[in-house]
Design a protein around this ligand. Structure first.
Ligand code: NAP
Length: 251
């Protein structure tokens, strides 16, 4: 069975790999054998060092993914250094919080550009390469707000609902070409993204009380799902949005 999850010799491009869920995923993929191309606006120094300590090739690629202009240069640079991309993890994302009546166009555009527009065009650029090779695994990071409405995060909810739809569309178009496109929907994970919620004693208590597992998730909790969706073990899984949420959606 271990062989089904073995990623030896595979190259994984992970966006936003310097911290949080992206770092957790990158290190889990590295533990399973994958070499790591870590892309983001902040250098993923620690992630690269830890992946190298596991015996993997790992490199950092600077890219501001708020603009699609960053996409093709990034893909070209990764292909130049690694020669191939077997796994793409679209993890980089941001959130802006304000009541819907006060929400600004700037906060709408910033979140939609990074979380949805760049994600699609990165899928497209890497997808072309994967289709040409007849194989590849794309994992998009969705959210509980792919399924639910949330509150005070209109552009985030729109973007993550869009990620769910795009994941299914791309799976429909590319499944027969050997490219699997799936998503992971993390529950409440303790990262920079959720620092404001963790710091708010009332919200923090309400969130933990509602999670059947009774705790916030850790970025490492997402790693196993990523290895599964990146590996042979998931070859017949297409267009699925896998919740890793401590039971949040079950309640
Ligand atoms: P995080 O700690 O804030 O990490 C976000 C990552 O995205 C960071 O590496 C960040 O880089 C990168 N990023 C943001 N904007 C970027 C840009 N313009 N160009 C390049 N990289 C950029 O948050 P996280 O919780 O790990 O979030 C990772 C993903 O999981 C996001 O898509 C988020 O929506 C999703 N998610 C999180 C939770 C949760 O509970 N934490 C739940 C569901 C979904 P910098 O470090 O430079 O900012």
């Amino acid at each position: 069975m271990v062989g089904m999850f073995d990623l030896s010799g595979k190259v994984a491009l992970v966006t936003g790999a310097n911290t949080g869920i992206g770092q957790g995923i990158a290190l889990a993929l590295a533990e399973a054998g994958a070499d790591i191309a870590a892309a983001g606006r902040s250098p993923a120094t620690e992630t690269v060092e830890k992946a190298r300590a596991l015996g993997r090739k790992a490199e950092n690629f600077g890219a501001d993914l708020s603009n699609v202009a960053a996409v093709q240069p990034l893909v070209d640079a990764v292909l130049g250094q690694f020669g191939r991309i077997d796994i793409l993890v679209n993890n980089a994302g941001i959130i802006r919080r304000a009541d819907a009546v006060d929400f600004t166009e700037a906060d709408w555009d910033a979140v939609m550009d990074t979380n949805l527009k760049t994600l699609f065009f990165l899928c497209q650029a890497v997808g072309k390469h994967m289709i040409a090779r007849g194989s590849g695994k794309i994992i998009n990071i969705a959210s509980m707000l792919t399924f639910q409405g949330g509150i005070r995060v209109p552009s985030y909810t729109a973007s993550k609902s869009g990620v769910g739809g795009l994941t299914k569309l791309l799976a429909n178009e590319w499944a027969a070409k050997g490219v699997q496109v799936n998503a992971i929907a993390p529950g409440y994970i303790a990262t920079n993204n959720t620092a404001a919620l963790q710091a708010d004693a009332t919200r923090n208590r309400q969130i933990v009380e509602r999670i059947p597992a009774g705790r916030w998730g850790d970025p490492a909790d997402i790693g196993g799902a990523a290895v599964f969706l990146a590996s042979k073990a998931s070859d017949y899984v297409q267009g699925h949005i896998l919740a890793v949420d401590g039971g949040w959606l079950a309640r």
